[in-house]
Ligand binder design. Sequence first.
Ligand code: ARG
Length: 462
Amino acid sequence: MTSRKMTRKTTVGSIDPSVLDFTAGSDLQLDLALVQADCIGSAAHVTMLSRMPIRPKVITGAECKAVIRELGSIMQRAAAGQFSISLDDQDVHLAVERILTAKLGDLGKKIHTGRSRNDQVAVDLRLFAREELIGAVSETLALAAVLVGFAKRHETVPMVGRTHMQPAMPSSVGLWASAHAESLLDDVALLMAVYDLNDQCPLGSAASYGVPLPIDRVLTARLLGFSRPVHNVLYANNARGKIETLILQAMTQVMLSLSRLAQDLMLFTMPEFGYFTLPAEYGTGSSIMPQKNNPDVVELVRARVARVMACELAVMDIARSLPSGYNRDLQETKGPFMEGVATTRSCLRSMAQMTERMEVNPGALLKSFSPGVFATDRALELVGRGMPFRDAYNYIKANLDELETMDAVESVLKKTHWGAPNGLDFGWYGERIKAGREWHNEEWSAHCKAVTKLMGIKYPVE
Ligand code: ARG
């Protein structure tokens, strides 16, 4: 008697309410980000079931249409913020099944034929990751384009190049800004590589071991716009956690690029440097010091690099300790995965808006050109007159007091080889950005087209 009182009836058995609360964890909130994906995955599964070559049919063509119509209306309700997951549901998967069963009766109860929630969450996360990666590529390219534009506008404005943070050689604002852009362009390549690995459909794995039904995994993969299914059904589940780690590693690389940019900006906007001025509205004031305008945005970007890295580590460390097959631990990777991706994307957007309106102060930049900055140029002048480099180096080193400042612009203009301050190939940057944008447009439109076709409603749902 008492034990009955202590349990709560759910779709998957009677469970102690405190256990339900503990095991559902953050899923009731986090799974809201997966509603669209879950409905899309279910539509592909149901379509496949309706075409399965067995008699009697599990689901008829007409029934399939009815289910997809209902899934479409769930997607619309979710887009309007009218979808919630209750504790009795536990997660988005059972919430969707509950709604379908309430609307369609026995038909709703059939949709889970030959699949498991492990299947569902794995495919949901891959669809979620697809959209996030496409978005992250676009945002990384946008920041890279802002930096390339900035570099072009200030191509040969002299800026001291530093090593060990000490003045080293004449350089330019163009070289500095486009170095940050190029790092981001490499990150784009990494995001695309990870996108490729994500582009495999895990659906049809069921609990990890397949099902004794003639399911068509190539069909579901195609309906969902994946290039191919994950081949091995056990690996389809084991890859959960691995794929998120890979994605977060790519995000971490983006964040490391942002971290360096943030660090440079913090330094070079200090009044003692004053090389650049950040837009005033991107700073925040002090409650006591009226004159303050602090670069909080870049500081927070710097701190959030650590948070994204922590998300990556959390996911990797959870996955590290798991044996084969589904383990509930995997649920705990969802939060850090979503947080790491969202944080990276918001940092990219903020940095692009900020650098777009950043100003350059050529006078302040020139002030850092002490005579020593030209020491190597002077040594190379001597080399030009036939002196062996080491002798020239020693001569200049012995006579540093006599070094005179050179014309910084002239010195920058002399560095004309490929990739040097006066040899930057902006056409090459342009090509890389253009190719990235084309990739973005193709992938996004293919994704929307596949979902629109499958669901029979316009996607993304408004
Ligand atoms: N919320 C679960 C997760 O994210 C869904 C899969 C549950 N599977 C299970 N066998 N309990 O991993």
